[in-house]
Design a protein. Structure first.
Length: 336
């Protein structure tokens, strides 16, 4: 029986796209994975991807319409997602107003790859603007974050790369958990909105940029997250990692912690680094480096007690610690 050998480069664009989709953690990683994993393989790959493979780049552009895989896991887009993909593709080839008919590679990209790059850059720029507006509300006492504001931002800047870190290192889910001057119930509603309707992944960290550390973002190869051993493309910002569940634990938000622990594939042992103010003495803060949510909560509890917190005000933190202990215990049992 004769065996037929098929080169990867001979595969149709649709099949090749499905292979890359299978390896990419989020849809917005499909194009970067093609660039960083296939393009360097050979001169033939470089030539094919730089000037051809229009169907492959068109499919990759369609993946930019949302930053999470549908529940079916097949990568199939809904009608609304397809509409977003069309907008992205039109934006990538649309000429700006008040321009001459002069042909320019900057105005109209000459290759499918350049068109994809343009659409990708638009997506990341829009995501950064959306996160900047969100951050303003997160820290504002005059116009604090609300559920309606969160929905407005997501609708106005849609589609956004909800699971990608921007150049400052922030992510949508982490920023929401930082919200000040709001009730815990508002934060919980916004967290649910991001996870259930926009596919935010609680295992994706922000990058805490410290003093004297330049903020920069590079596309590189590495582990998907601390919870994964697989290697793929991801956006890396300089700074220490910080997860939503660590913030919720340190800030004593039991309802948020309980919800995050109920999310599929959540890892309660993920470690983060940051600094949080004490409830009993806001002038003081507690710094933690590479601490899990449980470790951070216990450290906060010790410092709160030393600063004279009342038993009533300690209830939220105690509940958080109880929830995390059970979750960590279950995780340990599953791994044995």
């Amino acid at each position: 029986m004769n065996e037929t050998t098929i080169n990867l480069s001979d595969l149709p664009d649709e099949i090749l796209h499905n292979i890359v989709v299978y390896t990419a953690e989020f849809p917005s990683y499909v194009g970067p994975c093609i660039c960083h994993q296939l393009r360097p393989l050979s001169k033939k790959w470089k030539g094919d991807l730089d000037i051809g493979r229009s169907n492959l780049w068109s499919l990759a552009t369609g993946n930019l319409s949302l930053d999470y895989w549908p529940s079916s896991g097949s990568g199939t887009l809904s009608s609304g997602d397809i509409d977003n993909a069309v907008v992205l593709q039109e934006s990538a080839t649309k000429r700006p107003k008040n321009t001459t008919t002069r042909r320019s590679a900057r105005i109209q990209p000459a290759s499918p790859l350049e068109k994809y790059k343009h659409a990708y850059n638009l997506l990341m720029s829009r995501s950064e603007t959306a996160l900047l507006e969100l951050t303003e509300h997160v820290h504002s006492s005059k116009k604090p974050l609300s559920f309606s504001i969160m929905k407005k931002i997501l609708k106005e800047f849609s589609p956004t790369a909800i699971n990608r870190r921007v150049r400052t290192g922030g992510t949508f889910l982490v920023e929401v958990c930082r919200s000040r001057h709001v009730q815990e119930s508002v934060i919980l509603k916004c967290v649910k909105l991001l996870i259930e309707e926009h596919g935010a992944n609680p295992n994706v960290p922000s990058a805490e940029v410290g003093q004297g550390l330049a903020a920069s973002t590079t596309l590189t190869l590495g582990k998907r997250s601390a919870a994964s051993s697989e290697v793929t493309c991801y956006t890396s910002s300089q700074g220490r990692e910080l997860y939503a569940i660590v913030i919720a634990a340190a800030r004593a938000m039991p309802s948020v912690v309980k919800y995050l622990l109920s999310c599929r594939n959540i890892d309660p042992t993920l470690k983060g680094s940051s600094r949080f103010r004490l409830f009993s003495n806001p002038r003081k803060s507690v710094k933690g480096v590479d601490l899990s949510a449980l470790e951070f909560a216990m450290k906060m509890r010790e410092e709160e007690i030393e600063n004279g917190i009342s038993v009533a005000d300690l209830k939220g933190l105690d509940k958080v610690i109880s929830l995390l202990k059970k979750a960590v215990r279950l995780t340990e049992l599953r791994s044995t």
